[in-house]
Structure formats: C-alpha cells, structure tokens
Design a protein around this ligand. Structure first.
Ligand code: FE2
Ligand code: FE2
Length: 296
C-alpha cells in the first residue's frame, strides 16, 4: 500500500505537537471513586495490575533504548525523554494507585534489569549498521506495544462503563487511552520514514526479519509466568475470541514495512503463536477460571 512520504521534519512536528497537546496526566485530575471495589477487583483487577506494571516499566524501556541506540537522534530523544516517558509513568502511577484503592498490592515493576538479549544487541549496536537494524526493531516493537495498549484500554473502558463505574472509566481510563494513539503514530511514522529513506540495505532488512521473528515478545512478558498473566488480560478483555484479528491489528506496521514482499501474509506467525501460547499458559494455570467479559 502506497503511503505519503514522511519527512524528518514531519516526525519532529508530530512529537512537539504531542507534547503540547498531551501534558502528563496529574494524579489530582482523576476521580478514583469506585462504587463496587470488589466487583471491579474481581473482574478487572488483573488487567489493571498488568497495565500498571507495564506502564511503570517505562523506566526500564528507556534504559533499553539507550542501550540499543547509543547514538539516539534528537527527535527520538525529545519523544522518549520529554513526551513519552513523562506520560507513561503517570499512567502507571495512576493505575497503581487505583489497584491499591481496590485492595490489591502495589505493582512490582522491573525498572532496572535489562535482558541479556538486549544487552547483546546493544553491544553490537556500537556498529552503526547494526544500530540501524536495532532502531527499526525498536520502532516496530513500539508500534505493536502501543497498538495493544489502545485496544486494551478501549475494552477496559467499555467494561467499566458497563459496570457503571463512570468516574474511573471517564477520568482515569479515557484520558490514558487518549494518549496512546499518539505514541503509536510516532513509531509508525518513524519506522515508515526510515524505510522510505532507504536507510537499510537488503542484508540489514534480512537481519531485521530474522531478529524480529526470533525476539518477538508480548508487551510485559519478560519473566516466567508473565505469559500467563498476559493470557489472563486478553481473556478477561474478551480479546481471545478473535486472537487472529488482534494479532493482525497489532502487527499491521511490521507487516507493511518488514514483510511487504511476503504475498498473502495476513499475520506474522510469531505474533499469533505468542498470543496463543499466552492464552494457553493462562488456561493451564486456571483450568476453570477462564471467564471473559461475558461472565462478568
Ligand atoms: Fe501508557
Ligand atoms: Fe503508550
């Protein structure tokens, strides 16, 4: 599919506009009134807990980014330091406060420990051509992650509205979900600009495909057991009814940019396989408890 050409100036303008339009959400601006804390905890507790952890892990994501991209450019730096991190950390703090209001323990995010895989790629990234590959992978990961967040917050918001928990739906989840599409757009534009500018040679693209297939991970899945936690989130939100549709949606950017030559590829197999594995891990852990929204 032909896309309009994205220039570095447009990318920079997008970032500056995001920062102006979406200041970080303050804790004081949200109304955490919950009418039925037990009901919300039992229905959406694990979703709120998972999202708060992942949002708070933004601080580790920044360390990973600096490891992968030692020569990060000015626009990327403005995005992650002035726009993205300040927004995401507030999402995490607000959701963490909410889950404690609901009687759940505080989040335990990993904000410091970078995986060996990323450290290895980071070491190789001192070679400029490898760093360019890492940069594309970073954008593709960001696009898939942010798109997942948009879909998850949409479902969470609908579910809370159905429970008549309007304060939390409208003053907590709604403002958070309004900030995610701008993050997604940044990664999509940045990856598109990189591909359109011909920054990568064929061997670099081949390497990017191999690394993407081998290193793909669902957002927030870094330790044993977290795949089942992710499976629980998608099951609770009813996303497991159409995992293929979800996979197609979150992988759209990489499908168009990385796998464009692969005719007929609807969904990268590694994305769908990771989702199916996560749901299976959850069902194995909770054989009888795999109820989604329909049982709420
Ligand atoms: Fe967020
Ligand atoms: Fe985000």
């Amino acid at each position: 599919m032909a896309r309009a050409t994205v220039t570095p100036e447009q990318l920079r303008a997008h970032v500056l506009q995001l920062g102006e339009k979406h200041p970080p959400i303050s804790l004081d601006s949200v109304d955490r009134t919950v009418h039925d804390p037990r009901g919300v905890r039992e229905t959406f507790g694990p979703v709120i807990g998972y999202l708060s952890r992942v949002e708070l892990e933004v601080d580790r994501n920044v360390l990973e980014l600096l490891t992968l991209l030692p020569e990060v450019d000015a626009t990327d730096r403005i995005f992650f330091a002035d726009v993205w991190q300040p927004q995401e950390i507030q999402h995490g703090l607000i959701l963490d406060r909410l889950q404690q209001d609901l009687g759940m323990p505080a989040a335990e995010p990993n904000t410091t420990v970078i995986s060996p895989k990323i450290r290895l790629l980071g070491a190789l990234s001192h070679l400029r051509p490898v760093q360019e590959v890492a940069r594309l992978l970073y954008y593709l990961t960001g696009a898939a992650t942010e798109r997942s967040a948009v879909l998850a917050y949409n479902r969470l918001s609908e579910g809370l509205e159905r429970m008549d928990e309007r304060a939390v739906a409208r003053t907590v989840v709604a403002p958070i979900k309004q900030q995610e599409p701008g993050h997604f757009a940044y990664y999509r534009l940045a990856a598109t600009q990189m591909m359109q500018s011909g920054a990568l040679r064929p061997w670099q693209l081949r390497l990017a495909r191999v690394l993407r297939r081998q290193s793909f991970a669902l957002v927030g899945v870094n330790r044993p057991g977290q795949d089942a936690d992710y499976g629980r989130v998608v099951s609770t939100l009813g996303i497991d009814d159409d995992l293929e549709g979800f996979a197609r949606d979150i992988s759209r950017v990489e499908r168009e940019l990385l796998w464009a030559g692969q005719k007929g590829m609807e969904v990268p197999g590694y994305v769908l396989a990771a989702l199916k594995d996560a749901v299976a891990a959850y069902r194995e852990r909770h054989p009888a408890g795999a109820g989604g929204l329909t049982t709420a």
